[in-house]
Design a protein around this ligand. Structure first.
Ligand code: NAD
Length: 505
């Protein structure tokens, strides 16, 4: 009997849909189909490929409410967040690449040093083949669609394996591909869990784009490296927010509350550690608590999506409380019950050995830690194994720049939170255990290409100066090299006469 995948609403537990999973034995066939589709798709013009992507944008705009409802049913997130943070970024990235992709993928002419006078140089970009995209459950639409669209624009065919935690999103994406008449097998969706993911990685991808946990990312990186398959890993975070005494207090409070609790904290770039300077700590924390208490469950804060994540959050909060942390607002885990809604929590009296400081919590938990000096907070901010995003809050522009430049992180925001990920011009990705590689921006297309560097000569000269024969050349070439790398003024004349002479020989 074939396996059936059942999708349930995370908050209510009601069955949304059920359908057949993709069996592991189907994987080789999927790659064969993908490879055949690639032959077709990669030879279409960029304009043709973009025309399908534009149709997707129109489809998304025309069916916004239905798509938002499907995202909410799959994840339990609130409607505004499904719209602004899961659907809208996809529309935005399409719009961005509609304009920018022709420039990104165009042959790039680069200059050729005088040493190679008479030659020209350029870089061409070709698609890779089949791109395997594996995505997580927290922004299941955006984190699937953005790499899928980027890979398709670059001319690749794609196999997408969305998260088994939010499986209806895979069906939604298949439906969108059908609605815009995307040619067959250019995008295939594989429905299933981690064993299917493993089988796909062990299959025949030409590139892997993975978003998810550090643990899975490491396994995929190892597997891909064995076969030199290019890969991008977008992994977890433990993002610090640094609030100096001279920050705009109310804005910093509102930013912290939103940055820590949006999507119930299930964001790779959530504010997971708030560092506030001693002088304003009392007032800052009081206001944080006040603002957090104003949040409405079900309207501002959605449900958790993945039951297992609730266990991790509980474990981190209990660990902190056992080690002496104070819960200023939110419920003690003992009173959480079976439901998937948990109130946002603020913790103080934090020590460096607590899991809420060192490990990714991925839930509505905000540990607040005080600091005295700039150097101290930089060291603390950099102290985890992660480096995805960070924010620095101060009215002093010089201090903001100084501190930001010392943070070891893939991106940073000054006097705001999370927002850098929303600018499609900016590359996005992590350092340390937060991942490797970048997407969004021009890099978001280049990672799905094979770059070829070409140098061209008219082919009319008999030989080059460094070719055979070498007799009597040493001294002249030596003079040339010295002039070339030192005295720029004498250089041009010498080069021309010298190279001509040497070529004649
Ligand atoms: P996960 O690693 O458990 O699963 C992610 C995907 O990988 C799923 O589709 C899963 O089925 C698949 N998978 C699991 N094991 C696999 C294996 N051995 N081989 C191949 N595929 C496998 O992660 P998750 O719980 O779905 O997502 C949460 C994590 O994702 C958090 O750590 C979060 O920080 C991270 N995340 C990162 C970003 C980013 O852009 N950096 C964005 C969102 C989420």
């Amino acid at each position: 009997m074939k396996n059936v995948l059942v999708a349930k609403h995370p908050a209510t537990g009601e069955t949304i849909d059920q359908w057949l999973v993709t069996e592991e034995m189907q994987v080789p066939d999927m790659y064969e189909k993908s490879s055949a589709a690639f032959q077709f798709w990669s030879t279409r013009s960029l304009e043709t490929r973009l025309s399908f992507i534009k149709k997707m944008k129109h489809h998304l705009l025309e069916n916004m409410d239905e798509i938002v409802d499907e995202i909410c049913a799959a994840t339990g997130k609130v409607k505004t967040e499904a719209l602004t943070a899961d659907l809208m970024p996809v529309i935005d990235i399409i719009q961005h690449y509609e304009k920018r992709a022709p420039k990104i993928l165009k042959r790039k002419r680069v200059s050729t040093p005088l040493l190679f006078v008479g030659k020209s140089s350029y870089v061409d970009y070709f698609p890779l083949g089949t791109v395997l995209v594996i995505s997580p459950w927290n922004y299941p639409f955006q984190l699937s669609m953005t790499p899928v669209i980027s890979a398709l624009i670059a001319g690749n065919s794609v196999i997408l394996k969305p998260s088994e935690v939010t499986p209806t999103i895979g069906l939604l994406i298949e439906k969108i591909a059908r609605e815009v008449n995307l040619p067959k097998n250019i995008l295939q969706v594989a429905h299933g869990g981690k064993e299917l993911g493993q089988a796909l990685v062990s299959g025949n991808p030409d590139s892997i784009f993975f978003t998810g946990s550090v643990e899975t990312g490491r396994k995929i990186g190892v597997e891909a490296s064995k076969r030199f398959i290019p890969y991008t890993l977008e992994l977890g975070g433990k993002d610090p927010m640094i609030v100096f005494e001279d920050a705009a207090l109310k804005r910093a409070v509102n930013g912290a509350v939103w940055g820590a609790f949006t999507n119930a904290g299930q964001v790779c770039m959530s504010i997971e550690r708030v560092y506030v300077q001693q002088g304003i700590a009392g007032e800052f924390i009081d206001r944080l608590v006040e603002e957090t208490k104003n949040l409405k469950m079900g309207e501002d804060i959605g449900s958790l999506t993945f039951p297992h994540q609730k266990d991790i959050i509980r474990d981190h909060v209990l660990d902190a409380l056992e080690k002496g942390a104070l819960l200023l607002t939110g419920q003690h885990p003992d009173y959480w019950g079976d439901g998937m809604y948990i109130e946002p929590m603020i913790l103080t009296n934090i020590t460096e050995d607590m899991k809420v400081v060192t490990e990714e919590t991925f839930g509505p938990v905000m540990p607040v830690i005080t600091f005295l000096k700039e150097e101290e907070v930089i060291e603390k901010a950099n102290s985890t194994e992660f480096g995805l995003n960070a924010s620095v809050w101060t009215k002093d522009a010089a201090k903001a720049n100084r501190v930001t430049s010392k943070l070891v992180t893939g991106s940073a925001v000054i006097n705001d939170v999370l927002v850098s990920v929303a600018n499609p011009h900016l590359p996005f990705g992590g350092v340390k255990n937060s991942g490797t590689g970048r997407y969004h921006g021009d890099e978001g297309i280049y990672i799905f290409t094979r770059q070829m560097s070409v140098m061209k000569d008219a082919g009319l000269k008999q030989r080059e100066i460094n070719w055979y024969p070498y007799d009597n050349k040493y001294g002249k070439v030596r003079t040339l090299i010295k002039a070339y790398f030192s005295n720029k003024k004498q250089l041009a004349a010498l080069m021309r006469s010298g190279i001509k002479q040497l070529r004649k020989k």
